[in-house]
Design a protein. Structure first.
Length: 234
């Protein structure tokens, strides 16, 4: 029933399956922000929803349009913090392992603008498991353009921004799954992928290369986690 293609992102398939089990959306307008989410989009579209993915560059736009086949999924290019959508456009907004940096507050403000009242936000974030992290972890975050919050501060952040927490889940275990299996998945499926798809997935894997090395080989698992929140706009 919930068959889904492998998702090459932290949170893996676990995030969207947990989200769907909790909310079972059907006939909803859903916005997905960021690349690597094509399997999420097609899964939610098969459940009877209309889905839009937004990306920030032309290359990802063209590659996703080539990869995605479901008619209820469309892809557009926009600035995540300043979209073209009207107020209260979407019933659900979904993010999985987004790049949260100095633009975090602007992005969350834009999400709140285009989300209907009582609408649902599902977000999965890389988090720090300790308030004091070693320099090799902070170097990784700087290289990746990330500014993760401390895990216990995440709930408070979204509450302050006007969201009610409906569910939270520690999905840190998915990091090991993601970092260890992603390249294996690509190699195993290489014969089934087009050249464009191979290039696209390699770009995603390259994005997480430094985090992967830190997590698996340098002891980063003690400091690097992943948390999902399902929230309601109030």
């Amino acid at each position: 029933m919930n068959n889904i293609k492998p998702i090459l992102l932290p949170g893996t398939e676990k995030q969207v399956l947990d989200f769907y089990e909790f909310s079972a959306p059907e006939g909803k307008n859903i916005l997905i922000i960021g690349t690597g989410t094509e399997s999420v989009a097609e899964f939610l579209a098969r459940k009877g929803n209309n889905v839009i993915i937004i990306v920030e560059d032309q290359e990802n736009l063209m590659q996703l349009r080539f990869i995605i086949t479901h008619s209820a999924v469309s892809v557009r290019m926009m600035d995540f913090t300043n979209t073209d959508f009207k107020d209260e456009k979407f019933d659900i907004i979904y993010l999985q392992a987004p790049v949260f940096n100095q633009n975090r507050n602007k992005l969350v403000k834009e999400i709140k603008r285009i989300l209907v009242k009582d609408g649902t936000l599902c977000v999965g974030e890389i988090v720090n498991l300790e308030k004091r992290i070693p320099s090799f972890v902070s170097d990784i975050w700087q290289h990746s353009g990330l500014e993760p919050l401390f895990v216990d501060d995440l709930d408070h952040y979204y509450s302050e921004k006007g969201f009610e927490i409906l569910k939270e889940a520690n999905l840190s275990a998915t990091l090991e799954d993601f970092y260890t299996r992603s390249e294996m998945l690509l190699k195993r499926n290489k014969e089934k992928l087009t050249e464009e798809e191979i290039i696209y997935y390699k770009k995603i894997l390259k994005k997480f290369k430094h985090e992967s090395n830190a997590y698996l080989r340098l002891g980063g698992r003690a400091y690097m986690g992943y948390k999902m929140l399902i929230l309601r706009k109030v």
